[in-house]
Design a protein around this ligand. Structure first.
Ligand code: PEP
Ligand code: MN
Length: 358
């Protein structure tokens, strides 16, 4: 089966966005039951808990293991709520099926490894359980899609993705940089694959969960996965990003869901006018860029005549610094300016290179 033919009914059965909530890690039966009890079923439909935990360093809590499957089963029976857990190898996957776990998710550290994905996919062959694939830790869309293809190739039809952000060496306010454009490209290419946002692992901080959850809905995500705990500060893993089930309900009550479109005249007239302005500005931008490249070519000819190297690091650094300072004054972000300048500069260097070779 290919990715275009997946079954979408599993997400369409929900009349509200799907919210999967529960602790990062199962700690005890009592903890799980208390959390499930405190989750408002009108807002949170699926219970999650990790029982095998991939930890960055040894010595951290690595999960309660298979015993947690009994606790998940109990929650499913007592609360009539579907349950979800992470599977990271073939034996986890087999055990999860044996215990009738409804949603199996593949963690970010597993998605990076095609061998792991292949072995999980084979042990889930033809399952009608829902399999959710977190993005790989590194920003590689093909790796993410490859994992989906491996699952589909084993006859798994109910597939979704979870966007949990990407590791980065650069410190930002988030634990994992969302890089929304990667998830949006996936959504664009496979609009039939439901996408769930994971603001807990994106932010790593409980005070930022609401804003990232809202952003996910602004981008028309199908749902959220959020870590909730009966006593977040004392959680055995990911304490800083966990919130209580009540705090999650408050966030969900306040969230604005965006419509796909609005057919009213007031909306479409304005939208068309703004789009006209954007088209006009884009034209002007392209004209300016073309003019700038013409000047770059003249510099290229001059450098050739005087036998001077194309790339002048000092000039480039000054130019970049100045442009970023000016751009920031105009309300543009540093990150955007940096990308824009690098790509303009690259094009100039390539044009000048051509001139040198003529
Ligand atoms: C988790 O959901 O608890 C987890 C370990 O997530 P990730 O794979 O996104 O790090
Ligand atoms: Mn976690």
């Amino acid at each position: 089966m290919n990715l275009q033919d997946l079954d979408q009914n599993w997400i369409e059965q929900f009349d509200k966005p799907l919210v999967i909530a529960g602790p990062c890690s199962a700690e005890s039966e009592k903890q799980m039951m208390e959390i499930a009890e405190r989750m408002d079923r009108n807002y949170m439909q699926v219970f999650r808990a990790g029982i095998w935990k991939p930890r960055t360093k040894p010595g951290s809590f690595e999960g309660v293991g298979a015993i947690g499957l009994n606790w998940l089963r109990k929650i499913k029976e007592e609360f009539k709520m579907p349950v979800a857990t992470e599977v990271a190898n073939a034996s986890h996957a087999k055990l999860a099926l044996e215990f009738d776990i409804d949603y199996l998710w593949i963690g970010a550290r597993s998605t990076v490894n095609p061998f792991t994905i292949q072995e999980i996919a084979e042990s889930l062959r033809d399952t009608d359980k829902i399999v959710l694939v977190k993005n790989p830790v590194n920003p590689d869309l093909d790796l993410w899609i490859g994992a989906l293809e491996r699952l589909a190739a084993q006859g798994i039809k109910k597939i979704g993705v979870i966007h949990r952000g990407f590791s980065s060496h650069n410190k930002s306010k988030y634990r994992n940089n969302p890089q929304w454009q990667i998830a949006l490209e996936l959504k664009d290419r496979f609009p039939n694959i439901p996408i769930i946002g994971d603001p807990s692992h994106i932010t790593g901080r409980r005070d930022l969960i609401a804003e990232v959850a809202q952003q996910a809905f602004n981008l028309e995500y199908n749902g959220l996965m959020v870590e909730v705990h009966n006593n977040p500060d004392e959680a055995w893993s990911d304490a800083k990003q966990q919130i209580t089930p009540e705090a999650l309900k408050d966030i969900l009550v306040d969230i604005t869901l965006r419509k796909k479109n609005d057919s009213s005249d007031a909306f479409s007239t304005k939208l068309n006018r703004f789009r006209g302005e954007i088209d006009e500005l884009d034209n002007q931008l392209l004209g300016l860029l073309a003019a700038r490249m013409e000047v770059a070519k003249k510099i290229g000819t001059l450098k050739k005549e005087h036998n001077v190297a194309i790339f002048q690091p000092d000039r480039w650094n000054v130019l970049k610094k100045l442009a970023i300072r000016n751009g920031e004054r105009m309300g543009l972000s540093e990150d955007f300016l940096e990308h824009l300048l690098v790509s303009i500069h690259k094009e100039s260097v390539e044009l000048q290179n051509k001139i040198m070779e003529e």
